[in-house]
Design a protein around this ligand. Sequence first.
Ligand code: SF4
Length: 359
Amino acid sequence: MEEMLLHKKVGIPRAISYYNNYPFYYGFFTALGIEVVLSDKTTTKIINEGSSYVVSDTCLPIKVFTGHVVNLLNKGCDVIFVPSLQSTGFKINNCSKIRGLPEIIRNVINKPFTMIEPTLDKTENIGFHDFCMQIAEAFGITDSKIVKAAAKAGWKIYDDFLEMTQSGVPYKEALENALNGKVLKKSVDIVKPLSVVIMAHGYNLFDERISMNIIKKLEKMDVKVYTSLDVPPQKALSSIKQIGEIQYWANELELTGTAAYYLLNNKVDGIVALSAFGCGPDSLMVDEMSYHCKEKGMPLIHLTIDEHTGEAGFVTRLEAFVDMLMRKKRRQFVKKSENIKSADVVKLREAKILTGSVK
Ligand code: SF4
């Protein structure tokens, strides 16, 4: 960590942990009296800029993160938050790129700026309070009570956000309201002919440029979409255990846990796996889920994305999947009504026998 910072302003790249943790980060920094500056929303320019700094086989989310750091520097923000989230529980790890994010950024961006680079590593007993203290100390705040109070303010916004998303409020709306201190409840759940769950990291799914707005695209096709935000973490964890797997990756609840929850409850017609091209953890998790889906006859499509993914091909695959789900559902419906009809014929015949009208 650099020397104590006197100007209390921090830049947060709109990438990686931003998508799950920003309600907490915002509440925490603001309560400490530190102004938050966000990078712009992801654009093709940001992606291309980020890609130009790292080796080509780096996954898309890390390229995007790098692009957002450059975007903040271009805005004149020279104190940037780049956490190292090593493990979020005992031996519950993040991938090497997320663990080593400060090192990646330090090595690829050759410009003068200060990184706020706290470490969270529960396997090594570096817990959440230590993580918060490391951030605060970089700004000269060393009073543990002040830091605890700021963390409490962060959790309040985070919990409000979670309460809204779990009651069905869409991500963007929940985030906006939580940051403004409001809690909305979604009143009516619209019934659609088909439903799917998307298994994906928050940073892939809720970044509209990376995900190519997949949620809106599916909704336009009249499909109800569920995501990890609809599943309480404890339920995601117990679903992983129920399908006979263990949690190894920190974001496994968003992928395996979420998909397993809907698979076990038979609540959706299909599963969409959205992952970055070349992502090791995702390929393992998607493979695992493909196996379980095959056993239960649940359709699963795996869409991979990188900076070259074309929207037309992406939409075609999505449409073909939805079309297949619709045909499957129609077939099931026809079969069900035929079974009902033949059950009615049997009942009618029985009634005739009982009344003596059949010899
Ligand atoms: S989990 Fe996969 S997509 Fe995410 S940062 Fe690691 S390698 Fe990239």
